[in-house]
Write a protein that binds this ligand. Structure first.
Ligand code: ZN
Length: 149
């Protein structure tokens, strides 16, 4: 039997069982019908964030940002480009720290943009400051060599 991953939908938080491979990018959420990997990192709320961290078998990268933060806006296209490289082997999401203040406080965010890498429900690494797409991809792969090209 092919290895199955638990892929959490970034739109609704639904948990999907999915063999990863070339078809994963086409797969749709069994709960809401949206694509599981849209190529565009979703802004998630507290509920979906917690579900991604707790249930996803994929590594999860979260970009904590705010609308008033210039470097955050500058990094947004780079982060989307990194998602296109890393998905479906990792999940990239965004968290608006203005909308989700309680989560930002729980994560101990001191400056933005901050990226945090989670795997198996645990924080693996974090970094602050804007990065290019190549730097983001390298930052993830250096820490999780299983995130294949
Ligand atoms: Zn869904």
């Amino acid at each position: 039997m092919a290895q199955q991953n638990l892929v959490v939908c970034s739109k609704c938080g639904g948990v999907n069982r999915l063999p990863l491979g070339r078809n994963a990018m086409e797969a749709k959420c069994g709960k809401c019908g949206n694509r599981l990997f849209s190529g565009q990192p979703e802004d998630v709320d507290t509920r979906v964030f917690d579900c991604q961290i707790a249930r996803s078998s994929l590594p999860v990268v979260v970009d904590v940002w705010a609308p008033w933060c210039g470097p955050c806006k500058m990094m947004a296209p780079a982060y989307a480009a990194a998602a296109n490289e890393l998905e479906p082997h990792a999940r990239l999401i965004k968290l608006n720290s203005d909308n989700e203040k309680a989560v930002a406080a729980r994560l101990g965010i001191r400056s933005i943009p901050t990226m945090i890498l989670f795997h198996g429900g645990r924080e693996i690494a974090r970094t602050s400051g804007a990065m290019t797409a190549g730097q983001i991809v390298r930052w993830v792969r250096d820490r999780l060599p299983t995130v294949a090209a």
